[in-house]
Design a protein around this ligand. Structure first.
Ligand SMILES: [Zn+2]
Length: 92
C-alpha cells in the first residue's frame, strides 16, 4: 500500500517537473520569436514567421488608377503615372 502511494507521488512530481520544463521551453521560444520580430520586420512588420524581404511601395497612376511599383512610375509635374502613355494622355 505504501509503495503504491509512493508511486503516485512520484508520478505527480514527475508530471509537475515535466510541465515546468515544457513551460520554460515555451517561454524561451516566445522570447526568441519576439526578438526576431523586433530585429527583422522593423516598424512596418510585426508578423513573425513572414519573410522579411523588402516590399517596394506601390503608387497609383493619376490617369488610369493602376498601381505600379514606385521605380516604374513616371513622374511629371507633381503627378505619377504608370507609363509614358498615361502621362501623354493625361496632358492632352
Ligand atoms: Zn496609367
Amino acid at each position: 500500500m505504501l509503495s503504491q502511494i509512493l508511486l503516485v507521488v512520484l508520478i505527480i512530481l514527475a508530471w509537475i517537473g515535466l510541465r515546468s520544463i515544457l513551460q520554460q521551453r515555451h517561454r524561451a521560444a516566445l522570447r526568441r520569436e519576439q526578438n526576431g520580430a523586433v530585429r527583422g520586420d522593423g516598424p512596418s512588420g510585426g508578423q513573425p514567421g513572414r519573410t522579411t524581404e523588402h516590399v517596394e511601395e506601390m503608387v497609383r497612376c493619376d490617369h488610369c488608377g493602376v498601381f505600379v511599383p514606385r521605380h516604374q512610375a513616371v513622374a511629371s509635374s507633381g503627378r505619377l503615372y504608370c507609363s509614358d502613355n498615361c502621362r501623354l494622355e493625361d496632358r492632352s
